[in-house]
Ligand binder design. Structure first.
Ligand code: GLC
Length: 568
């Protein structure tokens, strides 16, 4: 049993704020990945009417807002992150009228709605890129993208040595000999953000969706739009994953294509656009930059409202490391008066229920498939529930990825011939890619396709054992992952934890994360021995059933988190 006083004094990490702040300061935001959330049409791909039909689930779960990944017109070369028309809904997902209905229903249920904005690149099928291909080198049409002549006597070498994040070269040659830059797939050409038309177009796109009533935008690759002048060579490596030695455990994408100072002018301009609209609209940065002090620059008072805290997501299951990142997150965000955010899973990473079941718990392979280390499913889920209660006990804004409220793991044995992520193909299969975290949700244990679609069709197969994770198998079942999330969100709201403070609690070992937030003491035990709760503590919620020792003291076992109220 843990008895040492490794942390003998209370240490204030973050002072409580006002519960009356803007909604995004403490919101729990649920990420809907539309193609895998709910399918109303029966074609096996989720759609906006499907989202609308399931919004009550999100209201019942108790989240404050929904973020939808892209549903715009797109050839789907990167699951919609390749946008051909920013002002229309792809027929796969429905129509603009379906979007309006979804938004109205969400607002009717008290849910805010954030949409995804993909400004770093367009689809190769975007009218601008098609015009650029049809025009000559040096033409105004080409100037909206990053076309360059190649190197070598005949220009047959790429203009620089940059790699695509999805693997391979970041340049593709067109028939007249020029090359264009794509930090991602060759079907995602990068825009030139020095071009005034590009800037004006995206401000108009913001207004288009603000006029429809959206509450904000999640900004894709927010650190990538401005490149260093001259596009200099760079010998570093860009990646979405962590090396086996944990070397890319941080969130850094360094190099001349990322986190350039000029990018902040764009967000200052967008901040002014949002300010023209009533209510509190929000911009959230998807910026894989480190250290946190660099990330903080995106959320200065005249820029964006939030940035994803990938430093937290990337930290292994290790109490001192997590404590350090929690402290650093508050220090950084507090220095500019922004809320910190928390996130454990999204559509780009192996779900935390699987990551935490790996030999190095919390490490981040880019996908898991046949022949790879398979996670320990039970241990992964146990730790995932503990990690989620740790996260939801922290003040700030928290992001949930669809299905984590069901405890879903990744599909870790998907056949490679079913994979669709361009990262799988561009790395020649060396990276499995992100399909495993994008499998359609199980809603009903006894229905074909687990109720995802009326026909039972699903665009990726669901593992056979997912019946146990289905919503209807967990709803109303005490202690299920779903009911645990629901209770956590209800308590977070009633105890006003989102705008609370954090002080490390004294008297716990180093491998225990223990803090108070308003009236609640959160105890996450990452160690191997049970931890005693203070005498008289009232258990409000726990990630597993808690036991008692002979003296009647409540024990938090290994890999578990409890929320308790202290006496008096
Ligand atoms: C972001 C998205 C990811 C996408 C990439 C290119 O990282 O989250 O899914 O593939 O940008 O748009």
């Amino acid at each position: 049993m843990t008895t040492t006083d490794a942390r003998p004094v209370t240490t204030l990490v973050h002072a409580a704020g006002s519960p009356a702040g803007e909604w995004w300061r403490d919101a729990v935001i649920y990420q809907v990945y539309p193609r895998s959330f709910a399918d109303a049409s029966g074609d096996g791909i989720g759609d906006l009417p499907g989202v609308t039909s399931r919004l009550e689930h999100l209201a019942e779960l108790g989240v404050d807002a929904v973020w939808l990944s892209p549903f715009y017109r797109s050839p789907q070369a990167d699951a919609g992150y390749d946008v051909a028309d920013y002002r229309d809904v792809d027929p796969l997902f429905g129509t603009l009228a379906d979007f309006d209905q979804m938004l109205e229903r969400a607002h009717g249920l008290g849910l805010r709605v954030i949409v995804d904005l993909v400004p770093n690149h367009t689809s190769d099928e975007h009218v601008w890129f098609q015009a650029a291909l049809a025009a000559a080198p040096g033409s105004p049409e080409r100037a909206r993208y990053l076309f360059r002549d190649g190197k070598g006597p005949d220009g047959s070498l790429p203009p620089n040595n940059w790699e695509s994040i999805f693997g391979g070269a970041a340049w593709t040659r067109v028939p007249d000999g020029q090359w264009y830059l794509h930090l991602f797939d060759s079907r995602q050409p990068d825009l030139d953000w020095e071009h005034p038309e590009v800037r004006a177009e995206f401000e108009a796109i913001l207004r288009f969706w603000l006029d429809r009533g959206v509450d904000g935008f999640r900004v894709d690759v927010a650190h990538g739009m401005v490149k260093a002048p001259g596009l200099p060579d760079w010998d570093g490596h860009v990646s979405m994953i962590e090396g086996s030695d944990g070397s890319e455990a941080a969130t850094g994408n360094h190099g001349p294509m990322f986190d350039q100072d000029g990018v902040h002018d764009i967000y200052r301009a967008w901040n002014r656009v949002l300010a023209e609209y009533p209510g509190d609209r929000a911009l959230v940065a998807e910026a894989w930059v480190d250290p946190l002090s660099r990330l903080t620059r995106y959320v200065r008072p005249d820029e964006m409202q939030q940035a994803f805290n990938f430093a937290f997501l990337a930290t292994h299951w290790d109490a001192p490391a997590l404590r350090a990142v929690i402290e650093a997150s508050y220090d950084a965000a507090d220095s500019v008066g922004a809320p910190t955010t928390w996130v454990l899973s999204n559509h780009d990473v192996v779900r935390h229920a699987s990551r935490l079941g790996l030999t190095v718990p919390g490490s981040r392979p880019n996908g898991i498939g046949h022949g790879d280390e398979q996670p320990d499913v039970a241990l992964g889920l146990r730790r995932a529930r503990a990690a989620s209660l740790l996260m939801l006990g922290l003040p700030g804004s928290a992001y949930l990825y669809q299905g984590e409220e069901l405890g879903l793991p990744d599909h870790t044995s998907l056949d490679d011939d079913l994979r669709q992520d361009p990262a799988f193909f561009r790395t020649g299969g060396a990276e499995r890619g992100r399909d495993g975290c994008r499998v359609p949700l199980p809603w009903a244990a006894d229905q074909a396709g687990f109720g995802f679609s009326p026909t039972g069709v699903t665009w990726l197969p669901q593992p056979a054992d997912w019946a146990a994770y289905a919503l209807d198998a967990q709803r109303g079942v005490e202690g299920s992952t779903y009911e645990t999330y629901r209770s956590a969100l209800a308590l977070r709201r009633s105890a006003v934890l989102g705008s609370g403070g954090v002080a490390w609690a004294p008297g716990f070992d180093d491998d225990v994360i223990a803090f108070t937030n308003r009236e609640v003491l959160v105890v996450a035990n990452l160690g191997s021995t049970p931890v005693s709760l203070p005498a008289g503590a009232e258990v409000l919620l726990a990630s597993v059933e808690l036991g008692l020792d002979d003296a009647g003291t409540v024990l938090v076992p290994s890999d578990a988190t409890a929320w308790v109220r202290l006496p008096g």
